[in-house]
Design a protein. Structure first.
Length: 497
């Protein structure tokens, strides 16, 4: 998909593919015209029998949708995967805004992906959130483990509405109810509405979209990790931006207030040798080296435990804590920070810290924060060294747990099974290849911490399997590989253009 027509000459941008009832595929994508007007275009696979669907043909009468009255020419983009309606038609939603500040999602209905009707009203809108792009609407089951096809609705179903906010470059989501008859989505908790509440990821992660993998009955999330160094550095290295590791997304049936995100199981195929550490006590103010042969490509799972008496013994409230403004990993409180240092050189002149911090509220309850500190991640001075994070729900009886995927310059962190996620883009200059180390640390002033279990796998580089499909399996596996590639291509082209 290249920008070779008047309706996409200024950019082939984000789109979505939909599998129709007969198994065929169509794709809607945003094109930016030679006058920078954002329009929606239709494309079909050139060869439907190609399991990889590498070639696409643009519809001869594109564009199929223009910005509606009242919507800015540059505020109309990123159609979602379509969902099936009871009358046999299809619906999509597209992100936009009104008066520069009211972020919103429009709904269109179509019988054939060529002719469209704009539905009355809005799917949803939130004042003060600005342009919504890469909007996503999909169902999650509140009772089952498996994911759901995009068209599913009914009892025991919540709908996730997600938007990427152009103004602050974060991906926000909220749980709610989609009224199919009125084409209105309502948040469960207005205080956690789209753009003002939960984020998919509290680090450097943007422009994500999901699709349903019917072969394994799961919903897969892909996100984009941009660069935070200088443009000149990107030119010199010859590339820019990567896709995050795909994540499986599900409703958190324990908290009932958030999603769970977890790396897809295929990542575990890259695991090589492993080392396990148990009951490692980390005293207050100490750092413990974990002896791992190669630590630039690792998968780490760790569980931490704090003595209950120590938790109960903290009397003072700690209400002002915030990951981004409270001193990072070097700050010291009664119950934190403590966690892991990765992409660290032997003397820790470079390190990326991923840690927990427990703060007691004025009501006596404990709030757990999960943070990533990039302030010492690199000796380079033209890179972002932000501190990211947010609270993470921890239920009674749960140990503090974290999983880290470390890959040279990327750290993806998942706390409490994926309730809170943080992606870091770092640029180490010393902690590279054989010089990279892993440490446990504890900067809490009032408590020692025990790493009950730490398991670290060396990870192989990613590799591509040959694609050999039987006729019977093509329809099942096509969506996983093809939609992944479509999304990868669309998002990358969006940001290149």
């Amino acid at each position: 998909m290249v920008p070779d027509q008047w309706y996409d000459s200024n950019g082939v941008w984000t789109g979505s593919a939909t599998i129709l009832q007969d198994g065929s595929l169509v794709m809607l994508y945003t094109g930016s015209t030679n006058e920078s007007v954002q329009v929606q275009n239709l494309a079909y696979p050139a060869d439907p029998n190609d399991p990889l669907l590498l070639e696409w043909v643009k519809y001869e009468k594109n564009p199929v949708l223009l910005p509606p009255p009242g919507v800015g020419a540059k505020d109309f983009r990123d159609p979602t995967t379509a969902w099936r309606t009871p009358n046999g038609n299809w619906k999509i939603t597209i992100g936009s805004r009104l008066n520069t500040t009211l972020g919103m999602a429009l709904v269109y209905e179509t019988p054939d992906f060529i002719n469209y009707k704009l539905k009355d009203g809005l799917l949803h809108a939130v004042p003060g959130t600005g342009e919504w792009e890469c909007v996503d609407l999909y169902p999650v089951s509140t009772v089952e483990e498996n994911g759901l096809d995009t068209s599913v609705n009914g009892p025991h179903v919540k709908h996730v509405l997600k938007a990427s906010l152009e103004d602050d470059k974060n991906d926000y989501y909220a749980l709610g109810v989609y009224d199919e008859a009125k084409d209105v989505w309502t948040p469960d908790n207005p205080e956690l509405d789209v753009g003002i509440g939960l984020k998919y990821d509290y680090g450097h992660f943007y422009a994500s979209k999901t699709f349903y993998d019917q072969h394994k009955e799961r919903r897969i999330l892909w996100g984009w990790i941009g660069e935070t160094d200088s443009e000149q550095a990107d030119i010199e290295k010859g590339w820019s931006s990567v896709q995050a590791v795909p994540r499986e997304v599900a409703f958190d049936k324990k908290t009932k207030t958030n999603l769970i995100q977890w790396p897809v199981e295929e990542v575990e195929d890259l695991r090589l040798s492993s080392k396990k550490f148990e009951d490692v006590k980390v005293e207050s103010g100490s750092v413990v080296h974990l002896d791992v042969d190669t630590a630039t490509q690792v998968d780490i799972i760790a569980e931490f435990e704090i003595d209950e008496k120590a938790l109960e013994g903290v009397m003072e409230a700690d209400v002002g804590y915030n990951c981004t403004t409270s001193g990072g990993a070097a700050g010291r409180g009664a119950l934190g920070p403590f966690g892991l240092l990765v992409l660290a050189d032997g003397s820790r002149t470079e390190q990326t810290a991923i840690y927990f911090y427990i703060a007691k509220g004025v009501d006596g309850n404990l709030n757990t924060f999960f943070c990533t500190d990039q302030s010492r991640s690199s000796k380079a001075n033209d890179v972002n060294k932000q501190i990211y994070g947010n609270t993470v729900p921890v239920l009674k009886g749960e140990k503090l747990s974290v999983r880290l995927l470390v890959d040279h310059s990327i750290v993806e962190a998942f706390a409490q099974g994926g309730r809170t996620c943080i992606t870091s883009r770092v640029y180490p200059t010393e902690a590279i290849y054989g010089a990279s180390r892993v440490f446990l640390f504890n900067n809490a002033t009032g408590v020692s911490v025990t790493a009950k279990k730490v398991k670290i796998w060396e990870m192989n580089s990613a590799f591509l399997h040959p694609y050999h499909f039987s006729a019977a399996s093509v329809s099942h596996v096509t969506s996983l590989y093809v939609l992944a590639m479509l999304l990868f291509s669309a998002v990358i082209k969006m940001f290149i253009s």
